[in-house]
Design a protein around this ligand. Structure first.
Ligand code: AMP
Length: 283
């Protein structure tokens, strides 16, 4: 496995791989790798000859009051994990390499797709992601890129980006990796106290309960969702959102229809930790 921080170096390696006819699958990450990231790497390996991983905590996707400074960083462990998974190249740029002096004349603007869910709670978040993934796609030029269903809004926005900007890259969504008690794995779970960690799976349980009711025929789930939010508050969570969204527009949906796909998604705070989770509903 080779590690590069400079764009010109990684480009040279990628060119060499491609010249021998190898296909490349790319897994962008912010590091602090866990089993969820590793499952993405394994999915990537199934779809291409070589896997490239990037590890970069992108400042552009953090709001001024978010956890950029505290975000877990563990490069040595991450590199070891990548090596064990048979990753060919790891790209580890710094801010200077990604953004130069910071001078900017262009800006990303997203319409509608970021109005709700995480886009509503985290202004500038998806613009920052689209910016960095666009840059990474131009640097790595992979055949395939793998993202987690855990960040479903990210996946759908990036799918639209690929379409509108004509990136010749196939995006694949990998299922959500969970702990034994159902909690979706996340680098941010490291922030949870022992007590918070115990109640954290409650978000997934609430989503599962709502899913069951919807599959049992509840097609107007508003009251049900409100009730689950009350239950979550009673357990010690602070609600951000819990709702059913359209798979195409990511707008909230009041009345569900059979034959359509929806995202049942929730975000909560436990102390200072923000947790997200979702279930795809194929009705
Ligand atoms: P991050 O390092 O948190 O930016 O995540 C990098 C990639 O890993 C994204 O595509 C995430 O959606 C994905 N990911 C994060 N957590 C999980 C998980 N529990 N299961 C599957 N994929 C995940």
């Amino acid at each position: 496995m080779k590690q590069f921080s400079e764009i010109s170096d990684i480009r040279k390696e990628i060119k060499a791989l491609k010249s021998t006819g190898q296909s490349i699958a790319f897994v962008p990450t912010m590091g602090a790798l866990h089993e969820g990231h590793l499952s993405l790497i394994r999915t990537a390996r199934e779809h291409a000859d070589e896997v490239v991983v990037s590890i970069y905590v992108n400042p552009e996707q953090f709001g001024p009051n978010e956890d950029f400074e505290d975000y877990p960083r563990q490069m040595e462990d991450d590199l070891k994990a990548c090596e064990e998974e048979g990753v060919a190249l790891v790209f580890t740029p710094n801010d200077e390499i990604m953004y130069g002096s910071g001078e900017k004349y262009f800006a990303i603007n997203i319409e509608e797709l970021n109005e709700h869910m995480d886009g509503a709670s985290r202004p500038g978040f998806f613009e920052g992601i689209v910016l960095v993934v666009n840059k990474l796609f131009n640097i790595i030029e992979p055949d395939i890129a793998v993202f987690g269903q855990k960040d479903i809004q990210q996946f759908l926005i990036l799918s639209q980006m690929v379409k509108e900007f004509n990136h010749d890259i196939e995006l694949i969504a990998a299922p959500i990796a969970r702990a034994n008690d159902g909690l979706a794995l996340s680098s941010r779970n490291a922030y949870l106290s022992d007590q918070e960690r115990k109640i954290a799976p409650g978000l997934y349980r609430a989503l599962q309960y709502v899913e069951k009711q919807i599959r049992g025929g509840v097609m107007e789930p508003k009251l049900l969702l409100n009730h689950q939010q009350d239950e979550l508050e009673a357990k010690g969570f602070k609600n951000d959102y819990l709702n059913v969204f359209s798979m195409e527009t990511m707008q909230p949906v009041q009345e569900l229809e059979e034959g359509k796909q929806y995202i049942l998604a929730g975000a909560v705070y436990l102390g200072k930790t923000r947790l997200i989770d979702n279930i795809i509903l194929d009705l």
